[in-house]
Design a protein around this ligand. Structure first.
Ligand code: NAD
Ligand code: PRE
Length: 298
């Protein structure tokens, strides 16, 4: 039986969940190697059966692989490719789960020989917990998984289809986007919300004298808007630096919006404040209606 050989570099929440999902569907038809940085996570990855064999070396994990799945923080990915490139098989396909896409794609465009292919992708699913112990085979089920198709990329169609086929095994809904649109949209729908959630917690920190009473007061509002502030700092620092233009642009717009609200409160402009909340409610209700299927499943 011909086995697909998959290497997952960075077996954490996302890499571990991907391993569990494809192993669940392919069983003995796939052999999965993994790489982690610590002995503890190496052992956990094997114990959870997210991979068949886990190494503390990216080269060991990647050298015989047909497909390489990168799931480390974004800024680790290019150095890892440089490290493993001399050991990769001809025809190997690299894909990644990074939350930003232009930075990695531009770097790999310059780096990869014609015989190694790159298919950028991004699962729009996750949790505020990290590490393989938080992984689950159903993490991507019914969630959006972006596959990048971009005219600047020379990826052959069979390589695209191979990665599409693997992603389909996770039960995700695949959506195609180009690089620039992906990074713009991800900044709005994911990156700015994370930065803002952290800012709400930062605001509390700046009023530290009141923190005990604030926590006693906390209802759903704080919890609902700050769950994602518990996410992995390593991952988010890399996302901010690798999608800087879109993030800075949208943060400036957000500051303008907050400036308008501040001015409306200062000038006691009730009509403006009312319109601010009406617009937000209408837009969010519309979004919920559009994405009803996703929310019903949850
Ligand atoms: N968490 C989410 O919600 C989410 C969702 C979609 C995509 N992503 C992206 O997926 C990637 C992984 O995120 P995660 O949430 O799984 O993080 P994680 O911390 O759970 O896992 C990352 C793993 O990579 C390992 N690692 C880091 N540097 C390494 C290196 N140089 N060599 C080998 N292993 C290394 C870490 O030890 C860890 O096991 C990131 O690029 C992130 O942007 C995250
Ligand atoms: O649900 C969560 O905890 C997430 O934050 C997941 C989330 C998101 O913003 O939606 C976070 C980053 C990823 O790149 C993709 C998905």
């Amino acid at each position: 039986m011909v086995k697909i050989r998959l290497a997952i570099l960075g077996v954490g929440l996302i890499g571990g969940s991907f391993g569990l999902a494809v192993k669940d569907k392919l069983g003995e038809k796939i052999y999965i190697t993994g790489a982690t940085r610590t002995e503890e996570s190496r052992k956990s990855a094997e114990k959870m059966k997210a991979v068949d064999k886990c190494y503390l070396s990216n080269i060991e994990a990647a050298k015989d692989a047909d497909i390489i799945y990168l799931s480390t923080p974004v800024l680790q990915m290019v150095p890892i490719i440089k490290q493993i490139l001399p050991y990769l098989k001809q025809g190997a396909i690299i894909t990644d789960a990074g939350s930003t896409k232009q930075y990695i794609a531009n770097a790999l465009h310059k780096l990869l020989p014609k015989s190694i292919y790159y298919v950028p992708a991004h699962p729009m699913a996750g949790r505020e917990k990290n590490g393989v112990v938080a992984a689950s085979k159903d993490l991507f089920k019914n969630k959006c998984y972006v596959l990048i198709r971009d005219k600047t990329m020379l990826t052959p169609e069979p390589a695209m289809q191979k990665i599409r086929g693997l992603i389909e095994l996770t039960g995700a809904n695949i959506m195609e986007l180009d690089l620039a649109r992906h990074d713009r949209c991800a900044s709005l729908i994911s990156h700015i919300p994370h930065i803002t959630a952290a800012a709400l917690v930062g605001l509390l920190n700046r009023n530290y004298g009141d923190i005990d009473d604030c926590i006693k007061l906390a209802g759903g509002g704080f919890k609902d808007t700050t769950r994602i502030a518990s996410s992995n700092a390593d991952m988010w620092a890399d996302i901010c630096l690798s999608n800087a233009t879109a993030i800075i642009n949208n943060l400036q717009i957000l500051q303008e919006i907050l400036g308008e609200v501040t001015a409306a409160i200062e000038s006691k402009d009730r009509e403006k404040l009312h319109a601010y909340f009406v617009n937000a409610k209408e837009t969010r209700d519309h979004i919920l209606q559009e994405t009803q299927n996703i929310y019903e499943i949850e």
